[in-house]
Ligand binder design. Structure first.
Ligand SMILES: [Zn+2]
Length: 435
C-alpha cells in the first residue's frame, strides 16, 4: 500500500531506542497517512496547530504530537458508536473485529499484522523451532490474544492446538495425546494444568512434554517460574504486551529482561514526570505509535505502563533494547530519586515464606537531605533470625527495585488487607509534604 512521503510502507527491522533515522522516517510516514485518513487525528493535529510536514526530528514529534490516552479512545467510541472517529478506512475494508476491555472495538484490515512480527521474533528467541507443537491457552473468544498467538505459531512453522481457556482436564488430555512441546498462556493456568494432571494420576514431567513456556498476561514471579519449572521441567519465558497495541517484548534464553521486538510499533520511553526521553538504565513510561495503515490507528498511545530500560548488551547477541516491566504509572512513587512500584517489591518478597502483606512508608525527615523509606514486612509467623531475615529482604529489594530501604518486620495483622498483590491499594504510605 502506498503511503506518505517516502512512498511504499514496509515493515523494517525491530526499532531501536533512541530511535534511528529509519525509525523516524517510518513514524513520519505513518503520521502523514493518519492525518489524511483518521478524522479524530486530523482534528487533534489541527487543534495542536500541527502539520506533519513540519516535523523533522524525533524531538519535534515528542514536543508537538499530542498523546492519546485509553480514556480518549473509550470516550470517543461511546460518543460516536460503534468505532468512533479514530477509524481510518471504510468498514467494507475490515477483515476482522476484536474487542478489548473498556469495551473497545478493534477492527483490523487484512494487511495489518496485529503484532504477529513481534510474536514471531519472540517465539524464535525462546528457542521454538518449526515442527514444535504449540498449545495456546489464551482466550480465543472476542479478545485478540489467543488468535494472535495462534497465527504467530502457525507462521513460525509450528503445529498449533487451539486450547483456549478452561476445561483443564480436556486440555491435559489433548496436550498429552498430541505431545505438545510448547505451552503458551498465563502461568496460573499452567499451574492449574499441573494440578489437574496430578489429580488424573499423571506425572506432568513424564506424561506431558512441554519444553518451552511462553508466559504472558500475568506477572511471572521468580517463585512461580521455579515452581512451574520443577513441576513440568519446562523453561519459562516472560512476555508482555498491551490490549490495544498488542505484543511488545519477550525474554531470550538469557532471561535478563525482555527484548523489545517492535517492528510495526514506534515505542518511546519517557520519564513519567518530565516527559524527557529515558536513557539506558532509566525508567520510562511507554508511548507507542502504530506504524503502517490501520483500520483504527493509534498515535502516541500511552496506556500508563512503565518499564526500566536495562543497560548494556545482551549475551545472546540480539541488539534490540531490553526492558523490564515496572508497573502502572499511577502506583509509582519517586523515592530517593528512584521510581519504585509496589509490584517490584512484591517480586522481591515473593520467594520468601510467610510474607504476603507489605507497606512502604516514605517520609522526608525535617532538616534531612534525603527521603527515608521504611519497608514494613508483614509476617504470618515470627522469623527465627529476624536480623538475618531483614538483611535478606533488604538485599532482594535492592537487587530488583534498585533502592535501599530500612526493613521493619511486623505481624501480618498490623498491615491492612489492601497492602498486598494484586492491587497494592494500601502499600504506599507517602508522608512527604508536597508543594
Ligand atoms: Zn538476549
Amino acid at each position: 500500500m502506498t503511503i506518505g512521503r517516502a512512498g511504499c510502507y514496509r515493515i523494517g527491522s525491530p526499532m531501536r531506542w533512541p530511535p534511528t533515522s529509519d525509525d523516524l522516517t517510518r513514524l513520519l510516514d505513518s503520521l502523514t497517512w493518519v492525518a489524511e485518513h483518521s478524522p479524530y487525528y486530523r482534528r487533534a493535529f489541527a487543534d495542536a496547530g500541527l502539520r506533519v510536514a513540519d516535523l523533522h526530528t524525533y524531538d519535534d514529534v515528542r514536543r508537538l504530537v499530542p498523546r492519546t490516552a485509553k480514556t480518549d479512545l473509550v470516550a470517543n467510541q461511546r460518543a460516536h458508536p460503534p468505532f468512533g472517529e479514530f477509524l481510518a478506512v471504510p468498514r467494507s475494508d475490515f477483515a476482522s473485529l476484536h474487542t478489548s476491555p473498556g469495551p473497545i472495538l478493534i477492527p483490523r484490515i487484512a494487511s495489518e499484522r496485529g503484532g504477529t512480527p513481534v510474536l514471531k521474533e519472540a517465539i524464535k528467541a525462546m528457542g521454538v523451532r518449526p515442527g514444535d507443537i504449540a498449545h495456546v491457552t489464551l482466550s480465543y473468544h472476542i479478545m485478540p490474544g489467543g488468535l494472535r498467538l495462534h497465527r504467530a505459531f502457525e507462521e513460525a512453522g509450528c503445529l498449533v492446538i487451539n486450547g483456549g481457556t478452561g476445561q483443564s482436564q480436556l486440555q491435559v488430555e489433548v496436550a498429552r495425546a498430541w505431545g505438545a512441546t510448547v505451552y503458551a498462556g498465563t502461568p496460573s493456568f499452567l499451574a492449574n494444568l499441573g494440578d489437574t494432571a496430578k489429580s488424573m494420576g499423571l506425572d506432568p514431567r513424564r506424561d506431558l512434554h512441554y519444553r518451552v513456556g511462553f508466559s504472558t498476561a500475568e506477572a511471572l514471579t521468580p517463585a512461580l517460574r521455579r515452581e512451574l519449572g520443577d513441576t513440568f521441567g519446562i523453561e519459562l519465558f516472560d512476555h508482555c504486551g498491551e490490549a490495544q497495541i498488542g505484543p511488545l517484548a519477550g525474554e531470550c534464553r538469557e532471561h535478563e529482561g525482555m527484548h523489545l521486538h517492535a517492528e510495526d510499533l514506534f515505542c518511546e520511553f519517557l520519564d513519567p514526570e518530565t516527559g524527557e526521553p529515558v536513557e539506558e538504565g532509566g525508567t520510562g513510561e511507554l508511548v507507542a505509535t502504530q506504524l503502517g495503515p490501520r483500520a483504527l490507528p493509534l498515535v502516541r498511545y500511552a496506556p500508563g505502563d512503565v518499564f526500566r530500560l536495562l543497560p548494556g548488551a545482551c549475551a545472546c547477541g540480539d541488539p534490540s533494547p531490553r526492558i523490564a516491566f515496572v508497573g502502572q504509572k499511577g502506583a509509582i512513587r519517586k523515592i530517593k530519586g528512584v521510581l519504585v512500584h509496589p509490584a517490584q517489591v512484591h517480586r522481591a518478597l515473593s520467594e520468601l515464606p510467610g510474607v504476603s502483606r507489605f507497606q512502604i512508608v516514605v517520609e522526608h525527615p525535617e532538616g534531612e537531605r534525603y527521603d527515608r523509606a521504611v519497608l514494613r514486612v508483614g509476617l504470618t509467623e515470627p522469623a527465627a533470625d529476624p536480623a538475618g531475615f531483614a538483611r535478606d529482604v533488604a538485599a532482594r529489594v535492592k537487587a530488583i527495585a534498585l533502592i535501599g530501604m530500612e526493613v521493619e518486620l511486623v505481624s501480618e495483622s498490623e498491615l491492612p488487607e489492601g497492602a498486598a498483590a494484586p492491587r497494592f491499594a494500601d502499600v504506599m504510605v507517602d508522608r512527604r509534604r508536597h508543594a
